[in-house]
Ligand binder design. Structure first.
Ligand code: SAH
Length: 267
């Protein structure tokens, strides 16, 4: 029997934002490895009684790989729980490589990313026709450097909706980079701290007040910064073509009312 590792997205925090597949995977696992910092312990209630629970946040990559090696030797199923979606800033790449080298079966269970939870907290769509149709997910460099073609000033030049992970620690530099890239000082911004947790904080401000607001709320971690014209007053923005009366498609063809009525009645 070969061992198996499932990388499970635990969602942004609220335990009811776990997917059904994530719950089923947790129920089936012999070992659950999880990071205490961003994953609510309540999700461990889905682990089966007797499953081995291992906190990963005080372990190195190598020490976590030791757990995977044991799974390979003993034919165990490990659920490795990540915050949000595991494929976004999840340190997943090196774990997948290690598991494949050990001959383990690997699987990724997608999760609700903090981006979705932050937009839900804001009550806004991040892509609005004629305002912004592009999302950039990025971060500022810390101990992790950035590829030379992905400097924030360069990305900011596009003026799209920009979502910054892991980037609230140096708010003055963050604001300066966004302004240097060409976002005007009045560009609408939002900061969402611990989206979907009971202590969630939502801050909205123009770009020129971003650093001061992040400091005022003492937000130093576990927050997303969202920037761009789509974060502005939704009433001023464009509307989707798909639901426009003048836009036909397979389920609502234009100029064929009879056929449409028939298929609607049939369906
Ligand atoms: N895989 C995760 C991101 C992990 S990196 C995801 O898909 O969301 C950790 C960073 O994600 C944090 O520093 C913060 O920028 C962001 N983050 C994770 N959970 C968050 C939450 N509930 N609210 C706001 N930001 C969050």
């Amino acid at each position: 029997m070969s061992g198996r590792v499932s990388f499970v997205g635990a969602g942004p925090g609220a335990p009811d934002l776990l997917t059904v597949r994530a719950v089923n995977t947790l129920r089936a696992a012999d070992v659950v490895v999880w990071a205490r910092s961003l994953v609510d312990p309540a999700i461990l209630e889905h682990a089966r009684p007797g499953a081995e629970l291992i906190a990963s946040d005080d372990r190195t990559h190598e020490q976590v790989v030791e757990v995977y090696a044991r799974a390979a030797a003993e034919g165990l199923h490990v659920a490795r729980v990540h915050s949000g979606d595991p494929t976004v800033y999840g340190a997943l790449h090196e774990q997948l490589a290690a598991c494949r080298a050990l001959g383990l079966d690997v699987e990724i269970v997608p999760g609700v990313s903090s981006v979705g939870a932050a937009a839900a907290a804001l009550g806004q769509e991040l892509t609005i026709p004629d305002v912004s149709q592009t999302l950039i997910f990025t971060r500022r460099p810390t101990r992790t450097s950035m590829p030379p073609n992905e400097q924030l000033v360069e990305l900011a030049r596009h003026g799209t909706t920009l979502v910054l992970f892991l980037s609230v620690r140096r708010p003055r530099e963050l604001q300066a980079d966004l302004l240097a890239g060409g976002y005007v000082p009045d560009t609408p911004c939002a900061v969402v701290y611990r989206a979907s947790w009971p202590d969630e904080i939502v801050v909205r401000c123009p770009l020129h007040e971003l650093a001061a607001e992040i400091k005022r709320y003492k937000i130093t971690t576990q927050a997303l910064v969202l920037v761009g014209p789509a974060l502005g007053d939704a009433a001023c923005a464009g509307r989707s073509h798909v639901y426009d009366p003048g836009y036909g498609h397979r389920h609502r063809p234009l100029g064929r009312p009879d056929r449409y009525k028939k298929s609607a009645a049939d369906g």
